[in-house]
Ligand binder design. Structure first.
Ligand code: PEP
Length: 249
């Protein structure tokens, strides 16, 4: 049985003060939700303080990227070892905005994933096609290349620490959601890729989140699909009411 996982990706929103005010409210509103994993991913600057505020709660904390090395001359970067010491649980890797603006290639995401796992953190690995790729009928090719690239050299024993997020780029922040059926089709395809690369059991246990304009109005139908195990939520995770409603789907 796969435990649903709802994660909020705050991107470059919320100052440290705003982040703490938000999670204090969230902690109280969601304190009874025990049958699903809840994760918030503030900016790196706020992560340690958010961890402290959520310490005895049922909400975990993620960050939005982490480096492939643990230390070094990499100005502006933060390593998984540093996040680990700060009490962070999850690291989002390969978000399409990082692929677009920060040179995250599959090879780089793979190196980061290995370092996240070496540091005993969990990962949310994002994959997804652009609109032109979907329109050209290349969705499966693109997703297969991304999954193969990101999972290169990852062992079966590490799979339990990894969540995949299918995020069609054309649905991120656009208000356009993939229909639940469209999303489920790609989720099932990803599960098949994992079965081929690892085995059927591993694929059956892998959690695959959908991301792309998830809102309180569409979460129920998405979660009703056989291969959708949660959501990675951008815009709607920034408001208490909408994020709470999504978590309580
Ligand atoms: C995201 O940032 O991962 C995302 C899915 O954004 P939104 O929910 O705003 O489309």
């Amino acid at each position: 049985m796969r435990k649903p996982i709802i994660a909020g990706n705050w991107k470059m929103y919320k100052t440290p003060k705003e982040s703490l005010e938000f999670v204090r409210q969230l902690r109280d509103k969601l304190k009874d939700m025990k049958d699903r994993e809840i994760v918030v991913c503030p900016t790196a600057l706020s992560a340690a303080a958010v961890v402290e505020t959520l310490r005895f709660s049922n909400i975990q904390v993620g960050c939005q990227d982490a480096h492939w090395e643990n230390e070094g001359a990499y100005t502006g970067n933060i390593s998984p070892a540093m996040f680990k010491e700060s009490g962070v649980h999850y690291v989002i890797l390969g978000h399409s905005e990082r692929r677009q603006f920060d040179n995250d290639t599959d090879a780089r995401i793979n190196a980061k994933l290995k370092n996240v796992l070496r540091n005993s953190l969990k990962a949310i690995v994002c994959v997804g096609e652009t609109l032109s790729e979907r329109e050209a009928g290349k969705t499966e090719n693109v997703v297969e290349t991304q999954v193969n690239g990101c999972f290169e050299g990852i062992g079966l024993g590490d799979l339990a620490e990894i969540v995949v997020a299918y995020e069609p780029v054309w649905a991120i922040g656009t208000g356009k959601t993939a229909t639940p059926e469209q999303a489920n089709e790609v989720h099932a395809f990803i599960r098949g890729l994992i079965a081929k690369r690892f085995n059927d059991d591993a694929a059956a246990n892998l959690r695959i989140q959908y991301g792309g304009s998830v809102k309180p109005e569409n979460i129920k139908q998405l979660m009703a699909q056989a291969d959708i195990d949660g959501a990675l939520v951008g815009g709607a995770s920034l408001k208490i009411d909408s994020f709470t409603a999504i978590v309580q789907f």
